[in-house]
Design a protein around this ligand. Structure first.
Ligand SMILES: [Zn+2]
Length: 286
């Protein structure tokens, strides 16, 4: 599933290509993509619109159109947003859900094998802000994201820190891969309750999040399953994983074998030496 680095890779590739171009045609081939809205209404909203920018919030791509209209897309499990030159064949054709044609002949294709990806049109900056603030916490690569911000978000939370990191309302954009990698970098066990971390933990976790997301972006994301960038190419972050999907292999820090467990319902990789198992809090004696 694409996480922040994968979505940001797509954004960086497409932003300069789409900005300043007009959508001459939009075809929503799969009504589920924009449900419950009528596909024809969405096509009508997009046709003739000038694209000003392509932005990202968390794992959402936001195509900003003239007059404060926004096409908000989420790739979910298997969505890809592909850039196709005029005259070239369309890749991923059996799974094509949306086709957007620009005034220079290029096409943007939303392909999606499992069809969980979505698109929604929002009118007005207020509507966009409301949509995002309901769903997303702070952006981890913004300068305003600090160890203090992370600590405040975790205050009083009994959920395991891995579940806390996966909750998009606490921190935006982190999924299963980068949560494992960030916790390993920070030396924190995924099952430790988020609210029991200390100041020094939040500093290490903050650094771990920022470093691992930056590493993911630098390698054009991780392609362990369906993820491809907008050119249809694989990322290479999967070759650089420190802990994720490395069960039985030596920990890059201490050499002991990496173990796998379940946290927040997800396969989770951990070095039990470098990420000590949390001690149970003793019930106070009466
Ligand atoms: Zn280790």
């Amino acid at each position: 599933m694409p996480e922040l680095p994968e979505v940001e890779t797509i954004r960086r590739q497409l932003a300069p290509r789409v900005a300043g171009h007009t959508i001459v045609d939009a075809q929503v081939l799969d009504p589920l993509w924009c449900a419950p809205r009528d596909p024809e209404a969405v096509e009508h909203d997009l046709r003739g619109e000038l694209i000003e920018r392509l932005e990202r919030r968390g794992k959402y791509l936001v195509l900003e159109l003239e007059g404060e209209r926004f096409l908000v897309m989420h790739l979910r499990m298997t969505g890809n947003l592909l850039w196709v030159d005029e005259g070239d064949d369309e890749p991923g054709r059996p799974h094509l859900r949306v086709r957007i044609v620009l005034d220079d002949g290029h096409r943007l294709l939303f392909t999606d094998q499992r069809r969980f990806g979505t698109g929604i049109v929002l009118d007005g900056a207020q509507a966009l802000d409301a949509y995002m603030s309901e769903r997303l916490g702070p952006e981890p690569l913004d300068p305003e994201f600090t160890p203090d911000v992370l600590g405040r978000a975790a205050r009083g939370r009994r959920a395991p820190v891995k579940a806390f990191l996966l909750d998009q309302r606490r921190v935006a954009g982190i999924g299963n891969i980068y949560a494992d990698e960030a916790l390993f970098r920070a030396g924190i066990h995924p099952l430790k309750p988020a609210g029991r971390l200390r100041r020094a933990d939040f500093e290490r976790l903050h650094a771990g999040i920022v470093e691992t997301l930056a590493a993911g972006i630098a390698r054009q994301g991780a392609s362990i399953d369906d993820y491809r960038d907008s050119n249809g190419d694989r990322g290479s972050m999967q070759d650089e994983f420190l802990i994720h999907r490395r069960e039985g292999l030596p920990c890059p820090r201490c050499g002991r074998p990496v173990t796998k467990l379940v946290a927040a319902g997800r396969g989770t990789y951990v070095c039990r030496h470098c990420q000590p198992v949390p001690r149970r809090r003793r019930t106070p004696a009466r």
